[in-house]
Design a protein around this ligand. Structure first.
Ligand SMILES: [Zn+2]
Length: 228
């Protein structure tokens, strides 16, 4: 009797319902893809369960190059499956790379919107920048709202900006929208800092202008673009 109990406790993880096991593996995957791949090698059941959509949706891509080079078909297939499973980081990477390098613009925006809607802060920030560059009053306002929302998440905005700049330095930015004159969000509704140097103490208030705040973000991104 004691032996039977011991045996059953040793094999308990394999007797878990599939959905529970896939949740366990999804949690493993979300902290480390390497641990997920190691778990897959443990047994046939783990290997089968790890094909579940929720695992691809949550797997961490930290160990994957943003722009894998040289191209590896196995990696490409894996990342494609992540995107099909709506993995926000995979959608963000593909969206930024495609949009800025002027490929599949529509699906790039769809990928970024999907990621942003699921709460991916970097994707929301990148969309904000793109909307402002693409222009038109409506898109520009939408872009500014996204950038201001990012700015409200304390400290997060700088990280988003840094991540986007790092990504842009790895790719060839060919979309003509980024080669056009730099858009300006603060449409001169008040005197801008640059027009009144040296700054008067009364003008400190200027830093709260949302248009100027967005222009700062645009300038930071432009500095990472080629040919500027
Ligand atoms: Zn302003």
């Amino acid at each position: 009797m004691a032996n039977t109990q011991k045996r059953s406790s040793r094999t308990s993880i394999l007797s878990l319902p599939t959905e529970v096991l896939s949740e366990v593996l999804a949690r493993v995957a979300s902290s480390s893809s390497a641990d997920l791949f190691r778990a897959n090698l443990c047994c046939k059941l783990f290997n089968e369960v790890s094909e579940a959509k929720n695992i691809y949706q949550r797997v961490s891509l930290d160990r994957f190059e943003i722009v894998p080079w040289p191209k590896n078909h196995k990696v490409s297939r894996f990342l494609k499956k992540c995107r099909q499973s709506k993995n926000p980081e995979a959608l963000y990477r593909k969206g930024v790379v495609d949009f800025f390098s002027d490929k599949h613009e529509d699906s790039a925006l769809e990928n970024l919107e999907e990621a942003a809607n699921s709460g991916h802060a970097d994707a929301a920030y990148a969309l904000g920048i793109i909307y402002i560059f693409v222009g038109g009053d409506e898109l520009k306002c939408k872009g500014m709202r996204l950038l201001m929302k990012s700015r409200l998440l304390q400290g997060r905005v700088n990280l988003c900006c840094q991540n986007l700049r790092a990504l842009l330095r790895m790719i060839w930015v060919k979309n003509p929208v980024f080669l056009n004159p730099t858009p300006i969000c603060c449409a001169m509704t008040h005197e801008r800092k640059t027009s009144s140097w040296p700054m008067h103490p009364d003008e400190v208030e200027e830093s709260t202008c949302e248009g100027c705040a967005c222009d700062e973000e645009i300038r930071a991104i432009c500095a990472a673009l080629p040919y500027r």
